[in-house]
Design a protein around this ligand. Structure first.
Ligand code: PLP
Length: 405
């Protein structure tokens, strides 16, 4: 045997230093326990429990029948780009041209491409904490430094323009904004958004506005899009990131998009051209059908999430000493369980969100994601993308365990 065949594989430092996604890991563990026959109720899902709208599947079948089975253009098909621009104009009033659109394999790849197109080693990218797990990882992969700006549960996790201003330094390249937020479900206020957009444009910081949950808003709350801010410089410094995964229940189709400055979009497309090329042509046809014609399905699902949001917040509030912030969007609640830290429950000492999350999974078969994954160890993230009766049963189990009933 040659030496090459016997020697151990030496992985890159880049990949060795990269943390694995804790949200995906927990969801996988919950799935495995369920497969073993355990009565698992999982609040860990980052996706709607609904299947995609029927019309979306029909559009995909029609695309196959029409022979749309070849490589699509790298930045996206003309049909989907046009549908994206129509939707953006409908929702925000902002008009743009197709050269400002990039379609990728999910909003995740859009963000990855944008960050890699912007960040040199040592550059800083700002984002609010609690943050979506992939922002720090993507910045780290690009050799940049992620700078988390702390927000507080008492302020419903709202990002303050003054805190953003204080965090901007000579190496700041970009700010990633995420409203409604994963993991907190909080929504940015219009005045704060306007101030942050102006600040970024004044200081030459690219604003990446991740609005993937923009269509999932409840009660009197309203989604404020960065593209709805009136500033003539918007097209030069703001990138809107969105997709069909969450609002149209199309996570498996893997289509996301960005609308931004042509130079940045072109650079991100160049990167995509050397990695995955254009996103699946059939999925792009399906996504165009969703953006143009699945509004009723989206509204039906939004209403279900609205009901469950209220139900989850009310049931979590019944658990003694748990503080439930006012989530108004996405499909997550991010309650504070720190009152239980230091206590011993069912024979286990709770030291933080990870040990609490393990206790829930081991003792009562309930999966909730530890807040430490999002940079907020006092919290657990509960997704309410699950059936109402499961939601009731799961939270009843948590209440019984924690209140020692
Ligand atoms: C805040 C946020 N942005 C982006 C994404 C990526 O979505 P997708 O790649 O499914 O379009 C997710 C998915 O969990 C998310 O939570």
């Amino acid at each position: 045997m040659t030496q090459a065949a016997t020697s151990a594989i030496r992985l890159s430092r880049r990949v060795l230093e990269l943390p694995a996604s804790q949200t995906l890991a927990l969801a996988a563990r919950a799935k495995a326990l369920k497969a073993e026959g355990k009565p698992v109720i999982s609040f860990s899902a980052g996706e709607p429990d609904f299947t995609s709208p029927h019309s979306v599947g029909e559009a995909a079948k029609a695309a196959i029948d029409a022979g749309q089975t070849h490589y699509p253009p790298v930045p996206g098909t003309a049909a989907l780009k046009a549908a994206v621009l129509r939707r953006v104009e409908r929702e925000t009033g902002h008009t743009a041209t197709p050269d400002r659109v990039l379609v990728s394999t999910g909003a995740k790849q859009v963000l990855y491409n944008l960050i890699h197109a912007l960040v040199d080693p040592g550059d800083e990218v700002l984002y609010a904490a609690p943050y979506w797990v992939s922002y720090p990882a993507m910045v780290q992969l690009a050799g940049g430094r992620g700078v988390a700006i702390q927000t507080r549960a008492a302020d419903d996790f709202r990002l303050s323009p003054a805190d953003v201003e204080a965090a901007i330094g000579p190496k700041t390249k970009a700010l990633i904004l995420n409203s409604p937020s994963n993991p907190t479900g909080s929504i940015i206020a219009k005045a704060d958004l306007e101030a942050i957009v102006t600040l970024c444009l004044d200081r030459g910081v690219v604003l990446i506005s991740d609005e993937i949950y923009g269509g999932l808003i409840y009660g009197n709350a309203k989604h404020e899009s960065a593209f709805a801010v009136s500033d003539p410089r918007l097209a030069e410094g703001v990138v809107l990131v969105d997709g069909v995964s969450k609002v149209y229940a199309m996570t498996g189709w893997r289509i996301g998009y960005a609308v931004g400055p042509p130079t940045l979009i072109k650079a991100a497309a160049k990167l995509q051209g050397q990695s995955t090329s254009g996103a699946c042509a059939i999925a792009q046809a399906a996504a165009a059908a969703a953006l143009d014609g699945a509004a009723e399905d989206a509204e039906r699902m939004r209403q279900a999430f609205e009901r469950r949001c209220a139900l989850a917040k009310s049931l979590l509030s019944e658990i003694p000493d748990v503080v439930v912030p006012n989530a108004q969007g996405a499909f997550y609640v991010f309650p504070d369980f720190s009152a239980y830290f230091g206590k011993t429950i069912a024979g286990e000492k709770i030291t933080g969100s990870l040990s609490l999350s393990e206790l829930l999974l081991d003792k009562i078969n309930v999966a909730a994601v530890p807040g430490v994954a999002f940079g907020a160890d006092n919290h657990l993230r509960f997704s309410y993308a699950l059936a109402d009766d499961e939601l009731r049963e799961g939270l009843a189990r948590v209440k019984t365990l924690l209140s020692g009933e």
